[in-house]
Design a protein around this ligand. Structure first.
Ligand code: DOR
Ligand code: ZN
Ligand code: ZN
Length: 449
């Protein structure tokens, strides 16, 4: 930046930095929360605070584009403090919060209320999704208030628009396109899904097989086709959340080849766990869309290796233990807790040679920053916010949900041996997590509008 800077607030030295598309042995200087210099030790300014990371890897902070932070009337599942502590513990510096809250994030006032509660509790940065409101002309006000993106559930109504109301959906997507705001989509076709659930329930079927039959591959593929139709019609930039099937992914990739502005996401659980796991482990691995047959998993994995997947996100969806138990499968709350396992699992895949480190940074940092329009974030570069994660790539450890900061202390990955651990999380130049300890005050994170 400037050639004569003599002092800074913070210097991180002795690092292997992932910058400019490669790993460099260097350090960096931070002033007022921004990276002001990336350079060799001897060319760094003096600083009041110095962190020697002893040759560890430093990546730009992870951006998790799919998180249910809950709070408000769902605070018993998770709140802004516990959820962002979990994020920090997982090396994540920015989370995108989903709108299926109580009350639903779907208006200027709901957004304001949520931001105001969050701003007092968060320890990492948070951007908020909104659901569509009932009135189309409210959409622009929600955007002005600072919603970063919209989220649509095709499976059931969340927000002001019935997902089966084609006209209203089209109008909403067109308005999002006009405002250049992305729309993320949970693509399970609601008509097929809910008809099947009704039929199965009436027939007294209430086990995991019935659940898989309802949340079928066909339901996902139909949902994705519908999402593509809405994207084509409106020109909106859309993002398909948690793709779980090979057919679904193929459909997206075909559309993209034809120039449809659509991106896609996978979760660690959909690429590492199969429906056999679910039948064995039960409710803890029950999620929507559900875990799939091994052939789908292989397909998603190879797509990730080929660079065809844009984003890996956690879909962190915490529930209370009671909600995970139920007399029938239809009474169990779906969702897998992922903030504290997503990066370690991905680092393990890097260590196994399954994906490269640049590929990890692309799907967990660079692409989310680009898709959702986070300016001056997503890479270690002069002028960018100092959102960083220090990683011990060699450290082997065992996933132990009882140690989670999340209120939901269970995980289908319990007992998994992983290799690679985030050991420091730095947000805007402030240390938030250090060796598993949260060292920042509630409210130190920022709302990103
Ligand atoms: O399993 C899920 N849980 N899928 C969703 O789409 C919602 C999420 C939640 O909010 O619990
Ligand atoms: Zn979803
Ligand atoms: Zn979700």
């Amino acid at each position: 930046m400037d050639g004569i800077r003599l002092s800074a607030d913070l210097v991180i030295k002795n690092a292997k930095l992932y910058a400019f598309g490669r790993i460099i042995e260097a350090g960096l200087a931070v002033e007022n929360g921004r990276i002001v210099r990336v350079a060799k030790e001897s060319n760094l300014p003096r600083a009041s605070e110095k962190i020697d990371v002893n040759g560890l890897l430093v990546l730009p902070g992870i951006i998790d584009a799919h998180v249910h932070l809950r709070d408000q009337e769902l605070s018993y599942k998770e709140d802004f403090y516990s959820g962002t502590c979990a994020a920090a513990n997982g090396g994540i510096t920015l989370v995108m919060d989903m709108p299926n809250n109580k009350p639903v994030t779907m208006s200027v006032s709901a957004l304001r209320e949520r931001m105001s509660i969050a701003s007092r509790k968060i320890v990492v940065n948070v951007a908020l999704y909104s659901a569509f409101p009932e009135r189309i002309n409210e959409i622009k006000n929600i955007v002005s208030e600072g919603a970063k993106a919209f989220k649509v559930f095709l499976s059931h109504r969340v927000g002001g628009i019935d997902p089966n109301d084609n006209w209203a959906m089209r109008e909403a997507f067109r308005e999002a396109a006009r405002l250049k705001v992305p729309v993320a989509i949970h693509a399970e076709d609601g008509v097929l899904l809910n008809e099947t659930i009704r039929r199965l329930r009436d027939a007294g079927k209430d086990d995991f097989d019935a659940y898989i039959e309802a949340h079928s591959i066909e339901a996902e593929v139909r949902g994705i086709r519908r999402a593509i139709g809405l994207t084509r019609d409106s020109g909106a930039q859309t993002h398909i959340c948690h793709v779980s099937t090979s057919e679904g992914l193929k459909t997206i990739l075909d559309a993209r080849r034809e120039g449809v502005p659509i991106t896609c996401e996978v979760t660690p659980h959909h690429i590492l766990l199969s429906e056999e796991h679910m039948k064995k482990m039960g409710a803890i691995s029950l999620t929507n869309p559900p875990l799939r047959p091994p052939s789908d998993i292989t397909y998603l994995q190879s797509a990730l290796q080929k660079g065809l997947i844009d984003v890996v996100a956690s879909d962190h969806a915490p529930h209370s233990m009671e909600e995970k138990e139920g007399p029938s499968v239809w009474d169990i709350s779906a969702g897998i807790v992922g903030l504290e396992t997503t990066l370690p699992l991905m680092l393990t895949m890097v260590n196994m040679g399954f994906i490269t480190l640049p590929a990890l940074v692309k799907v967990m940092v660079e692409n989310p920053a680009r898709i959702f329009g986070f300016k001056n974030r997503g890479s270690i570069d002069e002028g960018n916010h100092a959102d960083l994660v220090v990683i011990d790539l060699k450290r082997e450890w065992t996933i132990d949900p009882s140690k989670f900061y999340s209120k939901a202390k269970f995980s289908p990955f319990e007992g998994w041996r992983v290799r690679g651990k985030p050991v420091k999380t730095i947000v805007g130049g402030n240390m938030v997590m250090d060796e598993g300890e949260i060292v920042a005050k509630p409210g130190s994170g920022r709302i990103i509008r």
